[in-house]
Design a binder for this molecule. Structure first.
Ligand code: URP
Ligand code: ZN
Ligand code: ZN
Length: 487
């Protein structure tokens, strides 16, 4: 049987440069062509014109005469969302683990995200490679969207660093260092410098969790000593300065080592300023420095820590939620390109677990919150509709840039010929959209209500319809492990 052909007609393709009135042809798992139509963006215009399909060989439209047609009138055709920072099934301690691969990836697909990058995190004494293999076994057959794996590096022993070149060659070119979580994952500044040099030599990219773990540990100890252990005290132990200091350190260390750097989950306006300044350096190669922020840092604030115990527990994540002014600065950073990507850091725990662990004080509460299913609708409603983010910047930061920075630009992140046919039909005029999206622990999420704007109507994963109104097709196939290239 020949591979399925699909003709998505009359939609508006949203690219990183802007909207385009265009049809999309799909053959099997890949996009064959993006055919511009005459007339204004979004209009029905004239017939598709293969000759105007920029840069790609014109397809033979006769091959598509019996293609399944999909009417996308009034809809946006988006590249499948790429969430470059999630933790599915992350163990914290015996008996405490974040929501698993199947449930989390179901939410991702329902919310229009077709690719995620999770983490392989070595346990004590485990090699990086063994951690990657363990994470792949957990994801295989259970993850419904496509996935890659960053590799957490918990120490800089020579045998660990010796593993980096092979991992880069095998498709895991991104390595996460923690400056927080003292006694578990935290690296010292000297260790960070050693790692940055090794990552640079291996041709990889360093991701840094930028919080000053020493200062946080001291503040935590003081809070415990004085009995201030309710969840409302959590943010006081991680003030903005702890992030900004660590951002400065990471920028300096990466520059010294000429190491490509992504600062993950930035939450503070001053961090955006530091990145903006660094990106202005005239000699900086493209993509040498990149930065990420997360949905909750953009659109939720530290007021939650003061609005009751459950809200405070829901909001325990690192870095903590910040002020409305920080959220505005982060959104401006996404709009002007200072911040490259909008992730979720999806790491969802049942509220009941947070309540139980919280009985022993906030340091015991597992850090993290959900959002992989809600990312597109929330950022569309609060970013595009209400926050002045252009549709192009939205697609750039939710799809295109995360794909490029993760080393997936050759397959993901754009609606373009030759790329995977990961496509989302999105209704920009929908109102009354209900959140949260997908299974798991909706009670623990920061996103609910019935008054959201925009809706994911259909989702294709490599040409296969996985979300369609009235069709339960999430069971059709699984996600694929993605070998990634150095960006
Ligand atoms: O609170 C968070 N962010 N939990 C997940 C682990 C991490 O630091 O990214
Ligand atoms: Zn982190
Ligand atoms: Zn994380």
């Amino acid at each position: 049987m020949s591979a399925a052909r699909l003709w998505i007609r009359h939609g508006t393709v949203i690219t990183g440069e802007g909207p385009l009135a265009a049809d999309v042809l799909v053959h099997g798992p890949a996009i064959t062509a993006v055919l511009r139509r005459d007339g204004p963006a979004g209009g029905r215009g004239g017939p598709p014109d293969p000759a105007r399909d920029a840069g790609a060989p014109a397809p033979d439209l006769a091959d598509f005469h019996d293609a399944e047609t999909v009417d996308a009138t009034g809809l946006w055709v988006l590249p499948g969302g790429v969430d470059p920072h999630v933790h599915f099934g992350m163990p914290v301690r015996p008996g405490v683990r974040s929501l698993g691969w199947r449930e989390s990836s179901t939410s991702a697909l329902l919310g229009g995200t077709t690719t995620v990058v999770d983490f392989a995190s070595p346990e004590r004494g485990e090699s990086l490679r063994a951690a990657v293999e363990r994470a792949r076994r957990a994801a295989e057959g259970t993850c419904l969207c496509d996935y890659g794996l960053h590799v957490t590096v918990p120490d800089v022993r020579p045998e660990r660093l010796a593993e980096l070149p092979a991992l880069v060659a095998e498709g895991c070119p991104t390595f996460k260092a923690f400056l927080a979580y003292k006694g578990r994952l935290m690296l010292t500044p000297a260790e960070l410098a050693t790692l940055a040099a090794a990552v640079s030599d291996a041709g990889g990219r360093l991701l840094v969790h930028a919080e000053d773990g020493e200062a946080i540990a001291q503040a935590e100890a003081q809070h415990i000593h004085t009995g201030r252990t309710g969840p409302e005290w959590f943010p006081a132990t991680r003030p903005p300065v702890t992030e900004v200091r660590a951002v400065e350190l990471a920028l300096e260390v990466a520059a010294q080592a000429s190491c490509p750097l992504t600062l993950v989950h930035l939450s503070v306006a001053e961090s955006v300023d530091r990145v903006r300044l660094r990106k202005l350096a005239p000699d900086l190669p493209p993509d040498r420095v990149a930065a990420e922020t997360c949905l909750h840092h953009l659109f939720r604030t530290s007021a939650l820590y003061r609005s009751g115990r459950d809200d405070a527990l829901r909001a325990i994540c690192s870095p903590p939620l910040r002020s409305p002014a920080d959220g505005s600065a982060l959104l401006a950073g996404l709009a002007d390109g200072t911040l490259d990507q909008l992730a979720t850091d999806h790491c969802e725990f049942p509220l009941e677990v947070k309540r139980q662990e919280g009985l022993h004080g906030f340091p015991m509460v597992p850090n993290g919150t959900g959002g992989v299913g809600e990312r597109l609708v929330v950022s569309y409603t609060l970013g595009v509709r209400k926050g002045g983010l252009s549709p192009a910047a939205w697609v750039r930061t939710c799809c295109e840039r995360p794909a490029v920075l993760a080393g997936l630009g050759h397959r993901k992140g754009r609606v373009a010929p030759g790329l995977d046919a990961d496509l989302v039909l999105f209704d920009p005029e929908a109102s009354g959209t209900r959140l949260p999206i997908g299974p798991g622990h909706p009670q623990a999420r920061l996103w609910d209500g019935a008054d959201w704007r925009g809706a994911v109507r259909q989702v294709y994963r490599r040409g296969v319809p996985v979300v369609r109104p009235g069709v339960r097709s999430l069971e059709q196939g699984h996600g694929e492990f993605l070998t990634r290239r150095p960006a």
